[in-house]
Design a protein around this ligand. Structure first.
Ligand code: R5P
Length: 289
């Protein structure tokens, strides 16, 4: 029972002052429940509406690829500069201390490797995502792949059903099949299919005409970096994507395969959140390197 001594009656009710207008900084999320919004706000900075995700989930199909041989040595020093970490549960539990206190976008499908057919995946148990306190679950879709399209859309659908039940957003990751054209038409189609099936975030690739992909997608679009580029080109890619409607760069190889990965992620951060041009970002990279 609270102490009742000196119990003061409320007297300042702001009568005549309209209730504060409530808006939400994330595209397509205004009508979501509180838990979803809380998790999304941990990923997307409420001031800028943007985020820099550090992706290092590649090992789940590729093994110890270049730059990811030792997560403790290659990735841990970069974690402080990322807004969100994208990884698998195995690496999360083995190498990332919970004290880093960063939102996690958990790679939530598995079942294949580069040695076999990709995309024959199943999704993880939602209870594990809850136990790990993740802020989003990422699930891959193979749109246009006759063998796996239906299976991967069903995976997304199931993840969204489960995520909705527990307030965990889902990121649809558009995989690019060997036979798919990497153009705005394909990425626009794949991104829209993710969103229509309930994804709260869509991860795709930058392409010519990207502004149409972002405009037609009712939820935030984030871009993967793809293969390693010279640093200046990678910063240009970030700048273009952000200025054409992306809410995030979710980069892996262009960070952890850089000759100066800590400098690179800080330069990306400045381009995304502070609006630095690619030239200014590259100058920052050189200074920090
Ligand atoms: C996508 O499915 C992968 O899991 C990576 O997370 C993604 O491709 C981002 O990494 P990168 O910037 O190296 O392409």
């Amino acid at each position: 029972m609270a102490d009742l001594d000196d119990l003061r009656e409320g007297c300042d009710f702001g009568l005549g002052v309209a209730a504060g207008e409530q808006s939400f900084h994330i595209k397509g999320a205004a009508h979501l429940p509180w838990g979803m919004k809380d998790r999304l706000s941990r990923i997307f900075n409420p001031q800028t509406g943007k985020t820099v995700m550090l992706a290092f989930d590649h090992g789940f199909i590729m093994g110890p690829t270049s730059g990811l041989e030792r997560i403790d040595l290659n990735i841990l020093p970069l974690v402080q500069y990322a807004d969100c970490l994208m990884c698998t549960r195995g690496i999360l539990q083995a190498d990332i201390p919970p004290t880093v206190n960063k939102p996690i976008c958990l790679r939530s499908d598995a079942g294949t490797s580069i040695l076999t057919e990709l995309n024959d995946n199943v999704i993880i148990d939602i209870e594990d995502a809850i136990r790990l306190n993740v802020s989003a679950m990422a699930v891959m879709l193979a749109i246009g792949d006759a063998g796996y399209e239906a299976k991967t859309i069903a995976n997304l659908y199931k993840a969204v059903d489960l995520g909705s039940r527990y307030g965990i957003p889902v990121m649809g990751v558009t995989a690019v099949g060997k036979d798919m054209a990497r153009d705005a038409r394909y990425f626009g189609l794949a991104s829209r299919i993710c969103a229509e099936n309930g994804a709260n975030i869509v991860k795709t690739y930058y392409c010519d005409g990207f502004e149409k992909v972002a405009a037609a997608c009712p939820v935030p679009v984030v871009i993967a970096g793809g293969k390693k580029l010279p640093e200046k080109e990678a910063l240009q890619l970030c700048y273009n994507a952000i200025n054409e409607g992306a809410a995030d760069v979710d980069m892996g190889r262009n960070v952890f395969q850089s000759e100066a990965s800590a400098a690179m992620i800080q330069a990306i951060h400045a381009v995304v959140h502070k609006g630095l041009t690619p030239e200014q970002g590259y100058e920052l990279f050189q200074d920090l390197k």
